[in-house]
Design a protein around this ligand. Structure first.
Ligand code: FRU
Length: 588
């Protein structure tokens, strides 16, 4: 995906500027200065107060990733107006992050900063690099500075991203919220970031939609379009539910009456509580069949289902999961929806799918998405497979937290995953930003040897990206392989780095080997070969290559493998061995 550069400009009226300059001169500060604009007062060897007054829109903080978090509290008139953790630079900066001073410009502010940990390279708080490097500015330039930033996958313009959250479609626009850290490129300060798209491919960053508060940081959740005003926030209001991650995990509501741009938090929060330590990631949906709202959330090693008439009061219905599927880690980020079965023995048959992301416990270590098929009677989900069977949605290492959009058009069920793995997500070799989403996939169901499986087909919007057909690979392209029997497809560059796809028609498996794919050193868990069952013959395989990822998905959606790769230069050559033919489309 292509993200438009975030270049926010702030303009002040001349009168306001003059007044601010006078005010600042009186306090000994310089209005709108582009360098350090305050003074630091050390209170102990780990605690300082920095006095600041500026007319500029942003305060830029220097981040050094190897440092530990400092707690930053922005205080205006004895009240904390912003609070977050940031790996402030002690020796040198890796990059800068902006603190938005909107509504605080020109005000006398205190930054109350507490450093943690024992790592004190200089030993003296007065010498920490942060004091020399922090600055104010009216524009924060987030132009891409990363060679691994994908061309057609969604990424945050800067900062860290994990799970997709609260996704919905309305009035021609796809809304994607995501677990976001605006103050660094590692997991922290969970906030819902927001991006929108008209075509599921090109995304525009819209800013922070839901920020942490006294109940906790904002963990994963979902949104629904309340067409009939059942909650009383207005017809067509967007109602979001997320986990407030405080001392305990509780569920909270927020609603938007401007189509998902801004959210108000509901005054009755938290609305669902529990004493379980892992109690999170609520996913809501409307059931036409049963005439009410449902939600499914992760509760320890189970998924709990609740129902509601108004999205505010929820009744516990049932739990699912005990002894079913994989329990090698924490159950997270569920989803529950109904789909028609494609080649069902009895025509027109629908089944329910329960998505259950799990970490660790994935088939190749770390994070992965398992699913269950069955029936939901309005109270309980009953799985139609034996408890010991585990079905995986994707057989790569980098497909996690997959959930679907609410209110998608034409009866579509479109899912998006976070393209990383908790084993090394914080270590992948990017700095300005970390993580992308996988390509959007339309979900379906099909039968194979008497069992029902979830199909993931690349969403049709991806076809619109196709440019010229050729033979050479580019850093952002789609390779289409037509298999007649077993074959090996090798993607390689001049440095001898390679990614190998092997289809074994006799064993009915497809595997992806990234052990020699480029930089694999940053984590022991990264080099690997991942193998998927193909559930019958493989016909056409679509391989989406984008700077640092390879997604192999067969045209029918029976098999999907998603893996990150970090080659030192793009793969340019494709070598085929065996019974297959291929073509390459450059993706614009
Ligand atoms: C899954 C997850 C969720 C949680 C979120 C926190 O990746 O652990 O369960 O809500 O990430 O960022």
């Amino acid at each position: 995906m292509v993200v438009k550069n975030l270049k926010t400009k702030y303009r002040m009226t001349s009168l306001k500027k003059i007044l601010l300059s006078v005010a600042c001169l009186m306090t000994g500060l310089t209005a709108g200065a582009q360098t350090a604009i305050g003074n630091m007062n050390a209170l102990s060897d780990t605690h300082a107060i920095y006095r600041l007054q500026t007319s500029a829109r942003y305060l830029l903080l220097p981040v050094e990733e190897k440092e530990e978090n400092a707690r930053v509290r922005v205080i205006k008139g004895h009240t904390v107006v912003k609070e977050f953790n940031c790996r402030l630079a002690l020796d040198k900066k890796d990059y800068m992050v902006p603190v938005d001073l909107k509504d605080l410009q020109g005000e006398p502010l205190l930054l109350d900063i507490t450093f943690s940990g024992n790592r004190r390279s200089t030993g003296n708080i007065n010498d920490f690099a942060v004091w020399k490097l922090l600055k104010t500015t009216d524009t924060f330039d987030a132009s891409n500075r990363e060679r691994f930033r994908p061309a057609y996958h969604h990424t945050p313009v800067y900062g860290w991203m994990n799970d997709p959250n609260g996704m919905f479609y309305k009035d021609g626009v796809w809304h994607l919220y995501f677990q976001y850290n605006p103050y660094g490129s590692t997991w922290e300060n969970m906030t819902w970031g927001h991006s929108t798209s008209r075509d599921l491919i090109h995304w525009q960053y819209e800013g922070e939609a839901i920020e942490p508060d006294a109940l906790g940081t904002i963990f994963s959740g979902s949104s629904v379009v309340d067409h009939n005003n059942t909650a009383g926030f207005g017809a067509g209001a967007i109602v979001a539910m997320y986990t407030s991650a405080g001392a305990n995990q509780t569920q909270s509501l927020a609603y938007s009456t401007d189509g998902g741009k801004t959210f108000q938090k509901y005054s009755g929060n938290p609305i669902i509580t529990s004493s379980l330590p892992d109690f999170r990631d609520p996913h809501m949906f409307w059931s036409e069949e049963y005439g009410r709202w449902y939600l499914i959330l992760a509760a320890g090693q189970e998924m709990q289902i609740y129902s509601s008439a108004n999205l505010k009061q929820w009744k516990y219905e049932s739990s699912f999961g005990h002894e079913y599927g994989n329990h090698g880690g924490v159950w997270e980020c569920p989803d529950l929806f109904k789909l028609p079965v494609k080649n069902a023995t009895s025509a027109g048959q629908d089944k329910w799918v329960l998505l259950c992301n799990i970490n660790p416990g994935g088939p190749f270590g770390g994070s992965a998405t398992q699913y269950f098929t069955g029936h939901f009677d309005g109270h309980r989900f009953v799985c139609d497979t034996k408890p010991e069977v585990t079905k995986w949605m994707d057989y790569g290492k980098d497909h996690y937290a997959a959930v679907s959009f609410d209110n998608a058009p034409d009866g579509r069920r479109v899912a998006l995953a976070w393209m990383s793995n908790w084993q090394y997500a914080n270590q992948v070799p990017t700095t300005q930003y970390r993580s992308a989403n996988a390509v959007p996939r339309d979900l379906g169901l099909f039968e194979y040897k008497g069992d029902t499986y979830l199909s993931s087909t690349p969403s049709k919007e991806l076809l619109t990206l196709r440019g010229k057909k050729g033979k050479a690979l580019t850093s952002a392209c789609e390779l289409v392989v037509d298999f007649r029997h077993s074959a090996t497809v090798t993607l390689s560059n001049a440095r001898g780095e390679q990614l190998v796809l092997t289809y074994d028609a006799d064993r009915q498996t497809l595997s992806m080997d990234r052990t020699k794919s480029g930089d694999v050193q940053f984590s022991e868990a990264f080099p690997c070969v991942t193998t998927a069952p193909t559930l019958g013959k493989l016909g056409q395989l679509r391989v989406f290559i984008d700077k640092c990822s390879v997604e192999a998905i067969d045209a029918e959606g029976k098999v999907a493998i998603t893996n990150l790769v970090f080659p030192s230069e793009p793969y340019t050559k494709v070598t085929l061995k065996g019974k297959a033919r291929c073509a390459v489309y450059n993706l614009k």
